[in-house]
Design a binder for this molecule. Structure first.
Ligand SMILES: Cc1ncc(COP(=O)(O)O)c(C=O)c1O
Length: 376
């Protein structure tokens, strides 16, 4: 049995009527910009997360950048983050003019080692940017407590963790700003690109709307055409807004999110049972965590050989995320060679991302387990 890593066509076929209807609604409304779909989706998404405010943007990368800008992080500031992640977590820090301070991760969950983060704080530190890797939340309680005690802000990269919770509290309610991605392969996937910043602060939300929307207050911008108002740029903003079509499609897909999270959790449980007693290291989960299972990432010796055999057997895999950022050519200037972050590097050489998600049919997880065991 071949098992695809993703299958967008299958997911579209299941909700074709709703998605087609959402697209047609936007096109026939004539409001392709500054319409009703974006604010409606923001309200529905914030309610789903349990957060006070959601501000949509056009990618997870943009969400992190806009959050950092809104919190005043910029030139000369240091942001403590991790290296074993997508480049967006680091590049957004550079895009606002700040410097990355990468710390290593805890080997059980592959999320930020909080003791190392504490040791990395300097007078220039402005923010901590933990990553909820693969859907497992970082140690948000400890990180938020540390930030509060040291006068820092927390921007959480939750691009992989929509629907995760810590001690029964959904992520999106812990950090100053929590950033989500609606890339097509994420828990809630658009048909292009999208993201959101979630916060409890109305002031921050309005600032993020303004920064992502040309630097004008959103209410002002939405009324320009209607009332002939003059331009009113309070800052030099970006144009990093979610568009009406993506918002409408996300509204059509949001009702499926709970079922798709449940499917991921059931598949992760099947994998854990299937790999018991094998040489595979399965993902660890910290007590109190409700994992969102965006990825099921195992660690195996001889990973490249195992991966080749799985590819030959028709099993889709990926290597999210390796090698870690501090070893990427673009960040050579930091001078952090091999051995700088041993846990991130050790995992980077062994990790293997297996298929998981609502596109999988019955029996597929078991087929992957059989193929992995045979490939070891
Ligand atoms: C951890 C993490 N952060 C940020 C991003 C960036 O999200 P986007 O692709 O929507 O810009 C990704 C994308 O996969 C990610 O995995």
């Amino acid at each position: 049995m071949s098992v695809p890593f993703y299958d967008h066509a299958k997911l579209y076929a299941r909700r074709k009527a709703e998605i087609d209807g959402a697209i047609a609604r936007v096109l026939s409304s004539g409001r392709l910009d500054w319409g009703e779909e974006v604010p409606a989706f923001e309200a529905e998404f914030a309610a789903w997360v349990g957060a006070a405010h959601a501000v949509t943007v056009n990618s997870g990368t943009a969400a992190i950048k806009v959050a950092l800008m809104a919190l005043g992080v910029g030139e000369g500031d240091e942001v403590i983050t991790v290296s074993n992640t997508d480049i967006a977590s680091s590049s957004a820090i550079h895009h606002v003019g700040a410097k990355c301070v990468w710390v290593d991760v805890d080997p059980l969950t592959m999320t930020m080692d909080v003791a190392q983060a504490e040791r990395a704080i300097t007078p220039r530190t402005k923010a901590i940017l933990p990553v909820d890797l693969y859907g497992h939340p970082a140690d948000l309680k400890a990180i938020c407590d540390l930030a509060k005690a040291r006068g820092l802000v927390v921007v959480e990269d939750a691009c992989l963790a929509l629907g995760a919770a810590v001690d029964g509290r959904r992520i999106g309610t812990w950090a100053d700003v929590t950033c989500f991605s609606f890339a097509p392969t994420k828990h809630l996937g658009s048909i292009g690109s999208g993201g959101a910043c979630v916060t409890r602060s109305q002031e921050l939300a309005e600032r993020m709307q303004m920064l992502s929307g040309y630097g004008q207050p959103r209410a002002w911008h939405r009324s320009i055409g209607k009332e002939g108002r003059p331009l009113n740029h309070l800052t030099e903003g970006l144009n990093e807004r979610l568009d009406e079509l993506q918002a409408a499609v996300l509204r059509a897909k949001l009702p499926d999110l709970d079922a798709s999270l449940a499917a991921r959790r059931a598949q992760a449980a099947l994998y854990a049972v299937g790999f018991a007693g094998s040489a595979v290291t399965v993902p660890g989960v910290r007590p109190g965590v409700d994992h969102a299972w965006r990825n099921y990432v195992i660690r195996v010796e001889g990973r490249d050989r195992v991966r080749e055999r799985l590819t030959a057997a028709g099993i889709g895999t990926s290597m999210s995320y390796a090698p870690p950022m501090h070893l990427q050519p673009v960040y050579r200037g930091y001078g952090m060679g091999p051995g700088s972050l041993p846990v991130s590097e050790h995992a980077g050489d062994r990790l293997l991302n297996l298929p998981i998600g609502p596109h999988l049919e019955a029996g597929m997880v078991e087929a992957v387990v059989v193929a992995v065991r045979a490939a070891l």
